[in-house]
Write a protein that binds this ligand. Structure first.
Ligand SMILES: O=C(Nc1cc(S(=O)(=O)[N+](=O)[O-])cc([N+](=O)[O-])c1O)Nc1c(F)c(F)c(F)c(F)c1F
Ligand SMILES: [Zn+2]
Length: 258
C-alpha cells in the first residue's frame, strides 16, 4: 500500500498509480500574478447550515470527519461550479514540528497545514465513487492553516483527536458545522486537478481560498499525536508530513476570483 514514507511516499506512487504523472495532477504551486482574474467567477456559496457530521476517523493517511450525504443538506455551489456539490468529508494535511505541511504552495511558500473539504456532484452522478473518477465529479475546497493565535473553534476537532490516535479508529462526531473553520473572506483561486492521494483521480475542481485560517502551534501539535499505524502494530509512526509536493502545471490556467 502507499504512504508518505521513504519507500512508499509520493515519488513512488506512480508505480501503482500511473496517473500520478498525468496532465492534471494536484497540488500545484500557485503564482498569483500569473493567475487569470476572471470577473465572471461568482462568489462561492456554502450551504452547510443543515449539515450532519457523523464521525471522526483515523484512516491511516489523515484524520477525516465524514458527513451524511444522502441528500443536498450541505452543499457548495457558485464560483466555477455548474451544479451544487455535496459535502462528503473533510480532512487535513500537515507537516512535522517547525516544518510546513500544506499541499498547495503560493509562490513557492507553503503554509503549516491545509484543510480539504471534499464534495461530489450528486446531480450528475449516483454515487461518490462514480463521481470521484469523472472529470467534473469532485469539488475540493482548500483552506490554508497558518500558525498564530489560537483558533476559537478548532479545539472541537483537536479535543477529539486522542480518541482516534490509531489507524482504523472511528468515534462519533455529531453536530459539527465546518463553517466555523472558514476565514472571513472566501476569495479563491480555481483550477482543474486531482485527488492528492492515491488513486489520484483527475476528477477535482479545486477551489483554494486565499486567506488562511489562523491556528496556534499548540493546536497544530495535537495533530502530530496521531499515528499512521494501527494499535496492534508494534512501531508507532507519528502522523506528520502527510502532504504531496506540488506537481507540474502542464499548461493549465489558474483563475482568480476578485
Ligand atoms: O474519498 C477520498 N477521500 C480523501 C481524499 C484525499 S485528497 O487529499 O486526495 N483530497 O482530494 O483532498 C485525502 C484523504 N485523506 O484521508 O487524506 C481522503 O480520505 N479518497 C478516495 C479514496 F480513498 C478512494 F479509495 C477512492 F476510490 C476515491 F475515489 C477517493 F476519492
Ligand atoms: Zn486532501
Amino acid at each position: 500500500q502507499w504512504g508518505y514514507g521513504k519507500d512508499d511516499g509520493p515519488s513512488a506512487w506512480n508505480k501503482n498509480y500511473p496517473v500520478a504523472d498525468g496532465d492534471r495532477q494536484s497540488p500545484i504551486d500557485i503564482l498569483p500574478h500569473q493567475a487569470r482574474h476572471d470577473p465572471n467567477l461568482s462568489p462561492i456559496v456554502l450551504n452547510y447550515d443543515r449539515c450532519t457530521s457523523i464521525n471522526i476517523a483515523n484512516n491511516g493517511n489523515s484524520v477525516v470527519v465524514e458527513f451524511e450525504d444522502s441528500d443536498d443538506r450541505s452543499v457548495i455551489q457558485g464560483g466555477p461550479l455548474d451544479n451544487p456539490y455535496r459535502l462528503k468529508q473533510f480532512h487535513f494535511h500537515w507537516g512535522g514540528k517547525g516544518c510546513h505541511g500544506s499541499e498547495h504552495t503560493v509562490e513557492g511558500n507553503s503554509y503549516a497545514s491545509e484543510l480539504h473539504l471534499v464534495h461530489w456532484n450528486a446531480v450528475k452522478f449516483k454515487t461518490f465513487g462514480e463521481a470521484a473518477s469523472a472529470p467534473d465529479g469532485l469539488a475540493v475546497l482548500g483552506i490554508f492553516l497558518e500558525t498564530g493565535d489560537e483558533h476559537r473553534w478548532l479545539h472541537m476537532i483537536t479535543d477529539a483527536l486522542y480518541t482516534v490516535k490509531f489507524k482504523g479508529s472511528v468515534t462519533d462526531f455529531k453536530g459539527f458545522n465546518p463553517k466555523c473553520l472558514l476565514p472571513s473572506s472566501l476569495h479563491y483561486w480555481t483550477y482543474l486537478g486531482s485527488l492528492t492521494t492515491p488513486p489520484l483521480h483527475e476528477s477535482v475542481i479545486w477551489i483554494v481560498v486565499k486567506e488562511p485560517m489562523i491556528v496556534s502551534e499548540k493546536q497544530l501539535g495535537k495533530f502530530r499525536t496521531l499515528v499512521f499505524t494501527g494499535e496492534e502494530e508494534d512501531e508507532r509512526t507519528r502522523m506528520e508530513n502527510n502532504f504531496r509536493p506540488p506537481q507540474l502545471l502542464k499548461g493549465r490556467t489558474v483563475r482568480s476570483s476578485n
